[in-house]
Every structure is written in C-alpha cells, then in structure tokens.
Design a protein around this ligand. Structure first.
Ligand SMILES: [Zn+2]
Ligand SMILES: [Zn+2]
Length: 359
C-alpha cells in the first residue's frame, strides 16, 4: 500500500505575491540638467538649428564669469583767436584849426593791450554740458585803425567823373550827382575801423566704451545685458598731463583674469590720449564708470562626432553663456553650436556656419 502523502496546507502569507509582476519599462531618457534643458529650448527656437543631438549632450561644467563695460568721457577744449573788423567812426582832431593837418600828424592806429597767450592768459569756465561754445570779445585788446583809403575823411574822389562832370564837362556825373566826391565804400563813410579780437572756445566730448571679460560673450550682448555700476569717477580739472594711473587706483579688481586697471590704462593711452596728444586742444574733464555683469559659461559635449570648428582647441567641447538679459530674463549666447546651419533639414545636412550665428 502506497503511502498517502499528507495533505499540504499552504499558508497564503508565505506564498510569493505573483500578482506583482515586475514592470518592464522602456529605458527612461535621462532628464537633461537645467542648463542643457534651457539650451535645448534655445536651439529649438532657432529656425535653422537642429536640436536633436542636444538630448544626448553631456554637461561638463558651469562656471561663473564676469564681463565689464567701461565707459569713458573726456571733455576736449579747442580755442581759436579771430579778429572781427567793423567800420567805426574815426575822429580826427584839428591841428592849428585844420583837420588836414590833424590827419597829417595823427596816429593812424590806436592799439589796445597786447593779446595774451590764448591758453594761459584767459580763464574760461567749463560748461556742465558735453558740447558747448563760447565767444569772448577781448575788449582790452580792441584796436582802432584809420581807413587807409579815405585817410579818415570818409569821402573819396568819384572815379567816374572829373569834378562831377562827364562827357567833356557837359553832363553831371550820375554816380556822385555832380559832387565829384562819394562816400568811402571801404569804411562805409565812417573813416575808420574797429578791430575786436575774439576768442572762440569750443568743447566737445570724446566717448569710448570698452569691454573686458573672462568669457566669450559678444560685446553687443554685454551692452544689452543687465549690468550694475561698480565704480565711477569724475575728475575736473583734467589735462593731457594728468595721471590715469592714479585715477584707476581705486578700482577693486574682482578677478585676476580681468586686469581692469591695466586694461583701462592701455585703452586710455591708445584710444583717448594719443589721438589728440599733439593736437592743439586741451583735455578738461574726465569721467569714467565701470559696470559689471555676472553670468555663467556652460560647457558640454555631444560625442566625439562633433568637433568645435569655431575654436578647434576645444575639440569636441562646446560652450554657451547664460546672462541676465533685458527685463531680467536669462538669455543664451553661443557661437559654436555644431548644427546651426541647415539643421532644419536633418542632422546629416546640418553643418557649422558662422554666417548662421544670429546675434
Ligand atoms: Zn574810408
Ligand atoms: Zn562823379
């Protein structure tokens, strides 16, 4: 007789839970880190760009960077001396009751004070505006001259007739109406002239904007981005001999790879001072300000197939910047995305082309 196996009583709690079938999920696409997700959105917004490869991009680094915009204004002064000549009443005294004798003995020129040195001897207040002009009459140096044509007589002989008659003495001259004399046209019948020396002082402002950074942002982007003023000075008086080296001493340099003082000194000499150094003008006022923009430079890779053609030293690494743009929005700037031209026709047709880099 075969043994009957005892009845196996199963405890439900000990049984494996077969209803819990392990799920077979498709490999989840790795979510892109925030900077790359932003970048993907940017690439997708570009008409010509091919965005697909960004999904497989690998984030290498996010580095804080800085850009500075330095604005310099210099008030330049030019001076010019002119003499204004106007007919002026000449008064001849009589000598022994005779004006003819008076004219014979008088000085034909009454000189004013000698004109001084136009740069050293005349003080002119600087304008508060960036462009201005002032004309000063140097009244102490006004001179009076007797008319050399009529010798102060105010009248001259008529050149169209002989004693007021023409046509062999039968007809009155129509020019002088028979008088034989006409008003001196040179001095307008006043007998002399007034020479007024005038000093014209003109100011204009020479502007320069320089950009310094430790990244590769386009200057237009720095100009459009949101910046904060970190330094400003105003020096008045200022001259071509003033020391820019002293002025920049108060600049706080924030990062060793942007030597602000050195850069400003160099640009001041090259772009502001040297072009006007030998010109006959003067520097009067210097204003300079520095604004800073903080931003991030992001580096990424998209595989060995993609080589950086903009900067071959970067090999298969690419970069973009995220900077604070207008209205506080973060804006992306890049110039080396490898599929930035014809990318809309697919990856194979896409190529790098600098003409497609829209600023
Ligand atoms: Zn005259
Ligand atoms: Zn005449």
């Amino acid at each position: 007789m075969s043994k009957v196996a005892p009845e196996l009583v199963l405890n439900a709690d000990q049984l494996p839970d077969t209803t819990d079938i392990p799920k077979i999920e498709p490999t989840p696409s790795k979510p892109l880190p925030k900077p790359l997700a932003d970048f993907k959105q940017y690439v997708e917004s570009k008409f010509c760009y091919h965005a697909k490869p960004v999904e497989n991009a690998e984030l290498i680094s996010v580095e804080p960077k800085m850009a500075f915009q330095c604005h310099m204004k210099i008030l330049i002064e030019a001076r010019k001396l002119r003499t204004e000549v106007t007919p002026y009443r000449w008064h001849t005294e009589t000598v022994l009751g005779s004006r003819t004798l008076g004219r014979f003995f008088e000085e034909t020129e009454l000189r004013g004070e000698a004109i001084g040195h136009i740069w050293n001897d005349y003080q002119v207040d600087l304008p508060s505006t960036e462009k201005s002009k002032q004309t000063l009459a140097l009244v102490e140096s006004i001179s009076y001259l007797r008319c050399s044509r009529c010798r102060g007589k105010c009248i001259v002989s008529c050149t169209h007739c002989s004693s007021g008659l023409v046509a062999s003495g039968t007809k009155l001259c129509s020019y002088c109406k028979g008088a034989g004399k006409v008003t001196c046209s040179r001095c307008k019948g006043l007998g002399g002239f007034r020479h007024t020396p005038t000093l014209t002082v003109k100011w204009h402002t020479q502007y320069s904007t320089w950009f310094y950074q430790n990244s590769f942002l386009h200057v237009k982007r720095i100009r459009k981005g949101q910046r904060t003023q970190v330094w400003s000075v105003k020096h008045e008086p200022w001259s071509k001999q003033s020391s820019i080296e002293n002025v920049v001493q108060s600049i706080q340099e924030e990062t060793p790879d942007i030597p602000l003082k050195e850069n400003i000194i160099k640009d001041y000499y090259e772009k502001q001072l040297n072009p006007v150094k030998t010109k006959n003008n003067a520097m009067r006022r210097l204003e300079c300000s520095i604004e800073r923009m903080n931003f991030e430079e992001v580096r990424y890779k998209m595989g060995e197939n993609y080589q950086n053609k903009k900067d071959p030293t970067l090999e298969s690494t690419f970069r973009f910047c995220q900077y604070p743009g207008p209205e506080g929005k973060t804006v992306i700037y890049e110039n080396d995305y490898p599929l930035n031209c014809c990318g809309c026709f697919g990856e194979k047709a896409a190529c790098y082309s600098s003409c497609c880099t829209i600023l």
